[in-house]
Design a protein around this ligand. Structure first.
Ligand SMILES: N[C@@H](CCC(=O)N[C@@H](CS)C(=O)NCC(=O)O)C(=O)O
Length: 203
């Protein structure tokens, strides 16, 4: 088994953090996004969608999509549970992971991809107006998250979960997207400090 990895890019980082939380190590095959190596025929044969990460299993089959890869490892090694244990926990974590993907990660990603010079080749056409349209959505969702985090430690409850990983990566992705954390979101800052301090955050 090996993981095709994309270095500092956010989706590969989600999977690396997840694996670190599980204490799972496996061979990483770096793919250089900056040099568009993911568009090479070699990598396109692994993932025709030409995106990272991708997990190649020992039988040669390939899994893509960060959450699908994480789910696979959750099934292989359930502890520590990062997708929840009870029916309600599982649904809540799914809900929060999806909320963060759709309302935070994606808007931040649109801002980055449609403004950053390094994305010129990958995001065609770059539409700066689409970046502008997404900027206020980031602050709106962070405000909602801040109110939610007032009464609890982690995004989906009292236990750390995959939703925290998606949230951490999305908030950290604001920096290269040149988005500042709005003032006054003390609960988001407290949560971000805690999840950033976990050793897995360095993965
Ligand atoms: N939905 C996919 C998204 C994968 C993705 O877009 N990865 C980015 C890196 S964070 C990528 O490979 N981008 C290459 C490109 O846009 O050409 C997932 O969850 O893994």
């Amino acid at each position: 088994m090996k993981l095709y990895d994309g270095g500092r890019a956010p989706n590969p980082r989600r999977v690396r953090i997840f694996l670190a939380e599980k204490g799972i190590s496996l061979p990483l095959e770096p793919v250089d996004l900056g040099n568009l190596q993911h568009k090479s025929p070699g990598y396109a044969a692994v993932n025709p969608l030409q995106r990272l990460p991708a997990l190649e299993l020992d039988d040669g089959s390939v899994l893509t999509e960060s959450v699908a890869i994480c789910r696979y490892f959750e099934e292989l090694q359930p502890e520590p549970r990062l997708f929840g244990e009870t029916a309600l926990e599982k649904a809540r974590i799914e809900m929060w992971n999806r909320r963060i993907e759709l309302h935070l990660f994606q808007p931040v990603s649109h801002v980055f991809r449609h403004t950053h010079p390094a994305m010129k080749e990958m995001e065609q056409p770059q539409v700066p107006a689409w970046a502008e349209a997404n900027k206020p959505r980031v602050g709106e969702f962070l405000g909602f998250l801040d109110r939610e985090l007032k009464g609890r430690r982690f995004v989906a409850g009292e236990s750390y979960s995959v939703a925290d990983i998606t949230g951490l990566v999305a908030v950290d992705f604001m920096k290269p997207a040149k988005l500042a954390m709005p003032e006054g979101f003390t609960n988001v800052l407290r949560w971000h400090a805690e999840v950033s301090a976990r050793p897995s955050a360095k993965a």
